[in-house]
Design a protein around this ligand. Structure first.
Ligand code: ATP
Ligand code: ATP
Ligand code: MG
Ligand code: MG
Lengths: 256, 256
């Protein structure tokens, strides 16, 4: 199973949109995909049309050992795509775990043990911070994809994110590395976007995916219908871009 | 002095852009304005062309009592606008304060005491979370402005933000209330944006500012030049919208 976290502490850069739509397109290409929502805002769960009440099985109860994987896993409207949904309870975990000394970054990794036979791909959607929830995401995977908005602040926080990944690799999870950068929310009309993509290429070279995800209002509308964009509007730019990104991601499989 | 925090735990909705540009426009209308950067990403400081090295006076050293206000205050390129800049050290504060039992939400409020004579307006730029840094922001002000992206997820987290403000008011800061909602990053071409604005009006009525901040690439380019948009491109939509928002904010003064 390929395990990938989608992380960037900068807010609103397309992490959830990427988890929902890339996950869906990979499932449509015949892979068995699991999404894990690690954000207390539960945007990924909502995007997939799933709302979980307080005290129902969720990422929180799974990590606390109150529910098993089987009790927590939910089907989505996409064949071959399942999700571990979250809710606001997860916001309490950060405080609860911070007083625990041992292994607080590995709760998620422990909770997801034994999944290799059931799924081909795991995507973890991280919240906009580098706190304990994102660290748990980074300790449960081997790869990190970073969506970058093609705007000025995009490269600002990147140094810190890459440094955090380096520290996680040296002290908590020796396998984890950044294997993909996604130019997200690309506005074809502005020179700023092209300049930022150029900048990213100079910093990250071959880790930048060829596929650029263009700004497309359909991507912003789809969550309102609780559906991924390829179900909402199959021929729009958003659907084309995430389908092409999914093919690029699969093409990397031979390296894993 | 009017004390206003700009908060929304949803990432990338225009908090920093609003702090930088609304602050600038109000200073241009003759008021003495102080900006406080409460985000370890320091996007507001960078937006105003200021970078603070580790261990230099910053929001972090001010709240820890290692520097005085005078040592921490910095001028900006805008006449009448000063800033307390931040840097990555602030990320450590959340963990350091969480082990302190008393008054950990009031560090910023204590650090800003005695400013009423020097400034007419205070704007605090909050990070994308409802953790200790944002709570400190909410305890140091009387008003909260919420920038809302006019997209589907906008209303998702709003209930939680309003609930957090209510809890802060009942247990930590009896004066604080949400007094302004800003429809930010409005895309005139999409019906989604108009629907969301309609939704916001139904929820918040007269607290929604008349001025809508339109999507405008100049607002995304300006931070790259370390300048507010009215200095970078005075006649663009971004400048027009923030100037008109500043007039609306001043018009509320009689209530304060
Ligand atoms: N390519 C795109 N074109 C247009 N809108 C987009 C695109 N990608 C994402 N969006 C919209 O931008 C907003 C932010 O995207 P999203 O919620 O995926 O970001 P995020 O990084 O997960 O945010 P957070 O940091 O809050 O978790 C959403 O309203 C989403 O619908
Ligand atoms: N009206 C607008 N039109 C176009 N771009 C905008 C507009 N407002 C903000 N932006 C751009 O959108 C991105 C997000 O804005 P900003 O950084 O102000 O949001 P934020 O809420 O402060 O983010 P964070 O949650 O990470 O602190 C930035 O790249 C900014 O330049
Ligand atoms: Mg998200
Ligand atoms: Mg910001």
């Amino acid at each position: 199973m390929r395990r990938i976290a989608i992380a960037n502490q900068k807010g609103g850069v397309g992490k959830t949109t990427t988890a929902a739509n890339l996950g869906t397109c990979i499932a449509r290409l015949g892979k068995r995909v699991l999404l894990v929502d690690m954000d207390p805002q539960a945007n990924l769960s909502i995007h997939m049309g799933i709302a979980v009440g307080r005290d129902e099985p969720s990422t929180y109860t799974l990590m606390r050992g109150e529910n098993t994987l089987e009790e927590t896993l939910r089907d989505t409207m996409v064949e071959g795509l399942r999700i571990i949904p979250s809710n606001i309870d997860l916001a309490g975990l950060e405080v609860e775990l911070s007083t625990q000394s041992e292994g607080r970054e590995k709760c998620l990794a422990r909770a997801l043990e034994g999944l290799d036979e059931q799924f081909d791909y795991l995507f973890v959607d991280c919240p906009p911070s580098l706190g304990l929830l994102t660290l748990n995401g980074m300790c449960a995977v081997d790869e990190i994809f970073i969506p970058l908005q093609t705007e000025f602040f995009a490269l600002q926080g990147l140094g810190r994110l890459v440094e955090t990944v380096r520290r996680v690799r040296s002290s908590l999870n020796p396998k984890v590395e950044v294997t993909g950068i996604i130019a997200a929310m690309f506005d074809v009309r502005t020179s700023l976007a092209r300049e930022v993509v150029q900048d990213i290429k100079e910093h990250f070279g071959d880790r930048l995916f060829e596929t650029v995800v263009r700004k497309n209002v359909r991507l912003a509308e789809a969550p309102g219908f609780g559906a991924p964009v390829i179900l909402y509007d199959p021929d729009c730019y958003g659907s084309q871009d995430y389908r092409s990104l999914a093919l690029e991601v699969l093409a990397m499989d031979s390296k894993w």
